[in-house]
Unconditional design. Structure first.
Length: 93
């Protein structure tokens, strides 16, 4: 039972559980600090900055992978297959 459907089910369960954790810890950030909520806003700002940095790093990585594809460098087993590359596969930016 180690087929792809089992892995997919595990990943969906993990995503579901991780995406629901903010429902627990955000209630502790917005306590009785009204009307300023400095801690909560600092966490929100840090998450937004982290998201922008992660998106920039992902864009840079995929651009680098596209350049390696165009140069004919093998991306290994985790990259696209030769058939996909011959059909014009590129990562969307």
């Amino acid at each position: 039972m180690t087929g792809p459907h089992v892995k997919r089910a595990i990943v969906y369960a993990l995503i579901n559980s991780l995406c629901n954790t903010p429902n627990i810890w955000t209630s502790y950030l917005y306590r009785n600090a009204a009307p300023r909520f400095l801690l909560a806003f600092a966490v929100d700002l840090a998450a937004a900055v982290g998201l922008v940095l992660f998106a920039g790093a992902t864009w840079w990585y995929l651009r680098r992978q596209n350049r390696r594809i165009e140069a004919g460098i093998d991306l290994g087993s985790s990259g696209p297959t030769k058939l996909q590359i011959e059909n014009g596969f590129r990562y969307q930016l």
